[in-house]
Ligand binder design. Structure first.
Ligand SMILES: *[C@@H]1O[C@H](CO)[C@@H](O)[C@H](O)[C@H]1NC(C)=O
Ligand SMILES: *[C@@H]1O[C@H](CO)[C@@H](O)[C@H](O)[C@H]1NC(C)=O
Length: 430
């Protein structure tokens, strides 16, 4: 009997079709679906003899449409579809018939051209269900708050995420209202108006240099060769084309229930791991430990967390939820010294066991939650702070939840957060 089942499994996994591959790779950097990596806040262990008295949360918006620039590049690169189909007809390439048929039927979504960067319906559901789980877990607290604050950055996708979140609070929705967003918000998006960041990081030389280095490694050349073999194209695609097709694959799969898109078939699982690393390099320097300025920017948001918990300890129970971007979450992790790799991430070699991995840190709907607990003990009250990243508990202090002294040690510094350096730029024309 068992031999029989086993032999079916082996036969079933023969070949390299994408459409029926049960083990296709699901980590797509910042375009990873939240459900692929999340935990569940409802399943986390409550602390014994403790009661939560405040919640502070920073969340990324849910699944969104590509940016205008990405749409433009994607539209250009999908023209190779015809050549791929021709190659198959001429007997070249390694794609199986069903993958080719699916690619043949694939169509560009015209809605994208009208709605770049906006939240998708799937993104709406992610935030709504996150809110429902959070409410289920902290219902008692949400009913007895002294204060709350809910605010999104000044963008459609974060504001829609906030509406989705509010809708997900099924029983307590009526107690809350979302505040109006404003441009220069030092909590939800402290980095956007930082001229120095724009000059030194966004248009600076470091990121292109590191990515270019990776594109010239044997790893990446193997991706190029592998894609050429699978598609049967006569000329290899350029790294830029490959990265745009990777975008087509990961954006389009995020619109589907089964999280599949035929464009993904041109990549092997190994190719996808190499492509995943490209974004980790970029984000390591753009948002993470790669540049010290990122930690300073993340501190600007964490200052609010510290102030809220100090007030809560004095008796003001609060619930704070901010809707922001993967950039900010990366910066907050940098500020807290989390997910730091040694040696650091560089383009010259893919760090397979890296801690800085955007697929886990900043997928769609990524979130960082801090819970202040008031605990009974024989000598009076003590306080403990728990942290969760994507609904999995995170050890910020050694040995578990932070006690109050540890928390103050780690967070007090953020009250001195100062972004004056942002204006210190050479190009006054910004
Ligand atoms: C692509 O095909 C060529 C020729 O068969 C082969 O030498 C090469 O190793 C293949 N590339 C990959 C990444 O499999
Ligand atoms: C506290 O902040 C100062 C000034 O921003 C910084 O130089 C120092 O390294 C920080 N200390 C810690 C422990 O983060």
């Amino acid at each position: 009997m068992w031999t029989f089942i086993l032999s079916i499994l082996i036969v079933g996994s023969y070949g390299s079709c994408y459409w029926n591959d049960m083990c296709s790779y699901t980590l797509f950097g910042t375009k990873t679906a939240y459900d692929t990596i999340r935990g569940d806040i409802r399943d986390t262990q409550p602390l014994r003899n403790c009661e939560p008295i405040s919640v502070w949360m920073m969340t990324r918006h849910g699944t969104r449409h590509p940016e205008e620039k990405e749409i433009h590049q994607m539209r250009q690169v999908i023209r190779v579809k015809k050549q791929i189909l021709n190659a198959h007809m001429e007997g070249r390439g390694e794609l199986c018939a069903q993958d080719i048929e699916n690619l043949y039927k694939w169509e560009w979504r015209n809605a994208l051209d009208l709605t770049p960067s906006e939240l998708t319906p799937e993104g709406f559901v992610q935030l709504r269900s996150l809110a429902s789980r959070l409410e289920e877990r902290y219902y008692k607290l949400l009913k007895s708050l002294d204060e709350y604050q809910m605010r999104a950055s000044h963008e459609e996708r974060t504001q829609m995420s906030a509406s989705a979140f509010l809708q997900g609070l099924r029983k307590t929705r009526q107690y809350f209202k979302i505040s109006t967003s404003f441009p220069n918000d030092l909590t939800t998006r402290p980095y956007r108006y930082c001229r120095k960041r724009y000059e030194d990081i966004l248009i600076g030389p470091k990121i292109p240099k590191e990515i270019n280095e990776y594109i010239n490694t044997e790893d990446f050349k193997r991706v190029q060769s592998s894609v050429q073999n699978r598609t049967g194209l006569l000329e290899p695609l350029t790294p830029k084309q490959i990265l745009s097709l990777y975008d087509v694959c990961r954006y389009y799969r995020s619109y589907t229930v089964l999280l599949q898109d035929p464009w993904c078939a041109i990549f092997t699982n190994q190719d996808l791991k190499h492509l995943e690393f490209v974004e980790d390099i970029r984000h390591y320097y753009r948002n993470g430990h790669g540049q010290p300025m990122n930690a300073k920017l993340g501190g600007s948001s964490l200052k609010d967390l510290y102030n809220k918990f100090v007030r809560a300890k004095k008796g003001v129970k609060s619930f704070s939820v901010f809707f922001s971007h993967d950039t900010l979450l990366g910066m907050m992790y940098a500020a807290l010294g989390l997910y730091k790799d040694d040696p650091e991430i560089t383009g010259n070699k893919r760090a397979e066991d890296r801690k800085w991995r955007t697929s886990y840190l900043t997928p769609y709907a990524a979130n960082f939650i801090a819970i202040l607990n008031k605990c009974k003990n024989p000598t009076g009250s003590t306080y403990k702070v728990q942290f969760f990243v994507n609904e999995k508990e995170l050890e910020v202090c050694e040995g578990g939840p932070c006690n109050w002294i540890q928390f103050v040690d780690k967070f007090k510094n953020f009250t001195h957060s100062n972004l004056d350096f942002c204006q210190n730029v050479s190009n006054k024309q910004f």
